[in-house]
Design a protein around this ligand. Structure first.
Ligand SMILES: Cc1cc2nc3c(=O)[nH]c(=O)nc-3n(C[C@H](O)[C@H](O)[C@H](O)COP(=O)(O)O)c2cc1C
Length: 370
């Protein structure tokens, strides 16, 4: 199926501008999401075999998730399980609706199976996302897997009041997701990545956990809050973030976001794309994101759940992330290049690897190569 996609479908899609194709695909999937029969038909082609695991206190049907940024508006929320995903991270969403950066803002580096984007958190705002999710639930179309929401900072909000911006989004969205990811690592909102500094992040997490506890009240548990980090951070900077895990009850780390680094290449077409401002994702990111995962796993002695993301295209890539220390993995660029059969191929390949090593489940494989 991946072969069919790569040979016939991808060339047709790649003949058009990448954001336009993204929007058209999401609109089509959104329509399918409203119709159980269409979702069943998609599931007949693309559903992944069961490879269940429990992480973050949540039950996942398999460890392969949809990365943030693909479905910023929850337009196609019911469809992701039908395409084989074991969980989805919707958003990034900000407190205030915003248009993002001027287009064009998403570019393909085809020879390297990579993308560059500088979307800048184009999104409908936290209230509208909450409404969309409430609608899916009212229609009985809530996705049959754990749902996370990626929280960003509104562009109009100064860094000094970022904590209030993030926590206001969490308050609005709290009832509508199973876990939340604090995105302080996007390269496309001016100075956002400064919020990865320990004291700034501490302030944001304190505010978020206060809202989390308040929303949970006495009858429910607070929801898992994770932080998503940039691959461009030094190990020392990552260690500082880890110092907040205990004091701020961090449930895990998502590693990693896109990179501002660029590979060197003599290919003039790639040079042209790599000259674009923005975050690079896909194959060139794979090794660095795995290094970050391995470092985080070692530093925490495997005690902190890590969601591994960056350049995963195959079961071998996913296995590398898991054995480096990731309990769950996510894909974005791999879906663009390999098509929707990628999830089943990865889950099947993971099952084979577990069986070949006599391991009972993904939990037994986490970090064995770290
Ligand atoms: C077009 C685009 C938009 C993205 N938007 C977000 C976002 O809103 N929030 C976020 O945390 N990451 C965002 N990401 C980063 C991805 O979630 C992921 O971390 C990164 O692309 C690396 O994974 P990949 O190599 O599988 O694409 C975006 C990536 C792309 C390509």
């Amino acid at each position: 199926m991946s072969w069919f996609y790569r040979t016939f479908i991808r060339p047709a899609l790649f003949a058009h501008e990448s954001e336009e194709i993204h929007n058209r695909t999401l609109a089509a999937l959104g329509k399918a999401g409203g119709h159980p029969a269409l979702c069943d038909a998609l599931a007949a082609f693309y559903a992944a075999p069961a490879l269940p695991l429990e992480v973050l206190g949540l039950k996942f049907p398999n460890p392969v998730g949809l990365a943030a940024g693909m479905d910023k508006q929850a337009a196609a929320a019911p469809v992701w399980p039908a395409l084989g995903f074991g969980f989805s991270e919707l958003g990034g969403v900000t407190r205030h609706a915003q248009p993002g950066n001027p287009a064009p803002r998403m570019f393909r580096a085809v020879a390297d199976s990579a993308l560059i984007n500088r979307m800048g958190f184009n999104n409908p705002g936290a209230e509208a996302l909450a409404q969309r999710l409430a609608n899916w639930r009212a229609l009985g179309r809530w996705p049959a897997h754990p749902v996370g929401i990626n929280l960003g900072k509104s562009k109009i909000t100064p860094l000094e009041t970022a904590a209030e911006d993030y926590s206001s989004s969490l308050r609005v969205l709290w009832p509508h997701a199973d876990f939340f990811v604090v995105n302080v690592s996007s390269p496309n909102t001016p100075n956002l990545r400064q919020l990865q500094d320990k004291s700034a992040l501490d302030e944001i997490l304190a505010a978020l956990q206060a809202v989390n506890a308040g929303c949970a009240g006495s009858s429910a548990a607070p929801k898992p809050v994770l932080v998503k980090v940039a691959p461009d951070l030094t190990f020392e900077a990552l260690d500082e973030i880890l110092e907040l895990v205990g004091p701020r009850q961090l449930a895990g780390i998502v590693a990693t976001n896109t990179t501002i680094a660029r590979p060197t290449t003599s290919d003039t077409e790639l040079q042209r794309v790599y000259a674009e401002t923005g975050g690079l994702s896909g194959r060139p990111l794979c090794a660095r994101s795995t290094e970050v995962i391995r470092h985080l796993h070692r530093q925490t002695k495997g005690a902190l759940p890590i969601i591994g993301v960056g350049g995963i295209f195959t079961a071998a890539d996913a296995w590398e992330k898991i054995t480096a220390g990731a309990s769950l993995i996510q894909i974005y660029t791999g879906l663009v290049y390999e098509g929707p059969a990628i999830t089943r191929a990865i889950v099947t390949g993971l099952q084979e690897r577990l069986a070949a090593r006599g391991l009972r489940g993904i939990r037994q494989a986490v970090g064995i190569g770290a």
